[in-house]
Every structure is written in C-alpha cells, then in structure tokens.
Design a protein around this ligand. Structure first.
Ligand SMILES: Nc1ncnc2c1ncn2[C@@H]1O[C@H](COP(=O)(O)OP(=O)(O)OP(=O)(O)O)[C@@H](O)[C@H]1O
Ligand SMILES: [Mg+2]
Length: 323
C-alpha cells in the first residue's frame, strides 16, 4: 500500500520515534521503487547514521551507489538504482563556516577579519549553527536530488528533531528576507554615497552579499514550497504497535498538519508473524486502532535479521505485496 501512497511523489520524508524502523523502511522503500526502474536517492539526516551499516557499504557525504538493477527488458539497459548519502553534521558545519568565512572576508575590510573569524569560531558551538548547516544541506540535497533522481527518500532523525527541521525553512526565509530588506536600504545609502564620490568597492561588496542572500533565499523557498506541495512531497510515519510510539505518532501527525506537510502513509512495523500467539496479535491490532491519522496504514511483519540486501529485499517484497 505504501508504494501506492507515494506514487508520483518526488520526495518522501520517513519519520517516527527512535528505533521504530525509519532507516529500514526508508531503505526498503527505495529498493522497492528502484526495482520498478526508478532512480532513487536515500539521504540520512540523522547524526547517528546507520544507512551504511544496513546496506553493508560505506556511505558518506557524497552519493554512493547502494544498488543497481542488472539487465533490462528487451536488451534495454535497466534504469533502477539506489544511491545513498549520510549528511555529516560536523563536516557540514565546517564547510558552512568556511563558506561564511570566505564570504565575510571578501565583504569586510581587512581590519575586521580577525573579529569576524573569532565570531565564527564561537558560532561553531552556538545552538542553531548545527541545525542551520544541516538544513542548508538538506535543502541543497533536495534541490539536486529533484534534478537528478526520480525519488529522494529522507531517512530522518527521531521525530522532534525532524519536525524542527521541517519548520525551519519558513523561519529561515523570513530571516533572509529581513537581511535583504536591510541591504536594500543600505544600497540606497551607498548609491548616494557613490554619487558623492565614494568607492566602487562598497557597491561590489553589496552586490555580492545580495547575491549570496538571494541564493540562500531561493534554496530555502524551494524547500518550503516543495514541503507543502502534496503533488511532490509527502511524509511517511513509521511506528510499532505499542502505546508510546502510537501516542507520539498522533502528535507528529497533528504537527505535520500545522506545518502544512502532507502525511501520505503510516507504516506499522515489526508486527508479529502470522504464527505468533493470537492474544499478542489481538493486542497489536487493538493498538493499531489508535492509528486513525487520516493516512493509510501499511502493515510490515517482523523479519529475522535486518541487515544487508537479502533482508532489505524481504522488506521491499512485503511493501510490494501490500499494494
Ligand atoms: N520489520 C523488521 N523486522 C525485524 N527487525 C526490524 C524491522 N524493522 C526494523 N528492525 C530492526 O529494528 C532496529 C531499529 O531499526 P532502524 O534502525 O531501521 O530504526 P530507526 O527508526 O531508523 O532507528 P533510529 O531512530 O535509531 O534511527 C534495527 O535493529 C533493525 O534491524
Ligand atoms: Mg535510523
């Protein structure tokens, strides 16, 4: 059923409470779509990555191939493939600060460089730096992913963190708008200053800062627009049939609605197999009654061991069979 729920979407965020099976479902969903011929990118935004562990392949900040279809119908080359990325938070913060520093050094007079560097070093530890750097990478990955892949699957960190991330583009665009408005004002001053014989240097700097801010604004608004576009992006909530994760799922669903992000499917993962004690299965079904969140529920059984391609194939089969 999940494959139908996400049909036509270009990006899917897979979220849920810690340990419920987000990475496993994101990966097997990617595999199931790739087997149908889609080019899929799986992106882990969770600092405690285990995408590489699950696929038994080294995964880093640049896309690596995790799976590729062999052969194709009628002698045509098969197109289906899964690539993976793990967004590296520390590396992302480094690259982000390096880029900001480069920009600042170009824009500020030499005498202010030292103060700017010190300021940036203190920013490295500041709350929010890490998040905004990760958000920038998520937005960037979404942008390039939409260009180069049929589907981008985000394997996200446990709920709270992810919702925060999804709410950020809105705030970041607001903030960038304000900066741009300030630039507009100061550009008018510098135009006046130029007319009075000021240097060209100032207006070059202004133009560059404006260019940087505009690019950032474009990237965040692309992400914000995509997130609330039900034709392109959806959220898949993974849970297990236990009271706490289900209660949390209800909260996440309410917050997604508030953010305007569409909940397209719910996965009830790790359900007891058919030969389990009936009492246990009944208890699970009673818990699942609470999953009336306005999106279809896909039931996925507990499998033996979940590591490597055979296990992912088993889950992808379960997703395909539930269609
Ligand atoms: N259907 C399943 N059958 C058997 N084991 C499963 C199933 N789904 C997930 N698991 C196992 O449960 C554990 C947690 O799964 P996974 O890492 O996918 O969850 P997660 O939500 O991504 O966790 P985290 O919040 O830590 O990122 C793993 O050991 C995984 O192998
Ligand atoms: Mg995970």
């Amino acid at each position: 059923m999940l494959l139908n729920d996400i049909a036509g979407l270009r990006a899917v965020f897979v979220g849920g409470k810690g340990g419920v099976g987000k990475t496993s479902i994101a990966s097997s969903l990617a595999l199931a779509r790739a087997r149908e011929g889609a080019r899929v990118l799986v992106v882990s935004t969770d600092p405690a990555h285990n995408l590489g562990h699950l696929w038994e392949a080294p995964v880093g900040d640049d896309p690596v191939e995790l799976w590729r279809a062999t052969g194709g119908a009628g002698g045509q080359e098969a197109t289906g493939r899964v690539d993976g990325i793990e967004i590296d938070p520390a590396g992302t913060v480094d690259a982000h600060l390096r880029a900001v520093r480069g920009t600042m050094e170009r824009l500020l007079p030499d005498r202010l460089h030292r103060a700017a560097r010190e300021h940036l070093e203190s920013a490295r530890e500041a709350p929010g730096t890490h998040e905004s750097a990760v958000l920038e990478r998520v937005a960037e990955t979404l942008e390039t992913g939409l260009d180069r892949y049929d589907l981008v699957v985000f394997d996200t960190a446990p709920s709270g963190h992810t919702l925060h991330l999804l709410a950020m583009p809105e705030r970041m665009t607001g903030w960038t708008e304000k900066l741009l408005a300030n630039r507009d004002r100061s550009e008018r001053y510098s135009a006046a200053y130029g007319a009075l014989g000021g240097t060209k240097d100032t207006s070059d700097r202004d133009a560059e800062l404006r260019r940087v801010l505009l690019k950032r604004r474009a990237r965040f608004s692309l992400m914000r627009d995509a997130l609330v576009d039900p034709a392109r992006v959806g959220f898949v909530l993974v849970t297990v049939a236990e009271p706490m994760p289900i209660a949390e799922s209800r909260e996440v669903a309410a917050q997604l609605e508030h953010l305007g992000v569409g909940l397209v499917g719910v996965v009830a993962n790790r359900l007891s197999p058919a030969d389990a004690l009936p009492a246990r299965r009944e208890r699970e079904e009673a818990e699942l009654d609470g999953l009336d969140l306005g999106a279809p529920v896909t039931r996925i059984p507990q499998v033996d061991a979940l590591i490597g391609l055979p296990a992912l194939t088993e889950l992808a089969d379960a997703l395909t069979a539930s269609r």
